[in-house]
Write a protein that binds this ligand. Sequence first.
Ligand SMILES: [Zn+2]
Length: 134
Amino acid sequence: MTLPIIDMPGKRSYPPRQSDFTIKFWQGLGEGIFQTTRCVKCQKLSFPPKPICPHCWSKETVWETLSGKGTLYSKTTVYAGPAVFKEELPYQVGIVDLDENIRIATRVLGDAKLDAPVKMVILKYEDGNLYAAR
Ligand SMILES: [Zn+2]
């Protein structure tokens, strides 16, 4: 299942650092694929994706595509943010409980309501991709 891709103007205000490991995640977003890693040993998912399981320290993790569906647990509107994001003020950030039972922090778009279903979307900027819930 691929997620909607929304074209965004300009470049990302604060491009995330990419490593040889996480490049797969960021490139996947460009194809509408929202993914993370699952531990082979204890079977738990973690987010963001990691080469080492934070639950049992196993170094065996595999990539798994997520549904992008979840429930909005919490959100807030940022009116006074870090200088690097000043062009985007005000903006919303929140906590989403994904259907796969992992909790993530994310940008929130629109008027998503607490405890209501949300879907992840890909934000495609000139210089790369981000994700958000709406
Ligand atoms: Zn594990």
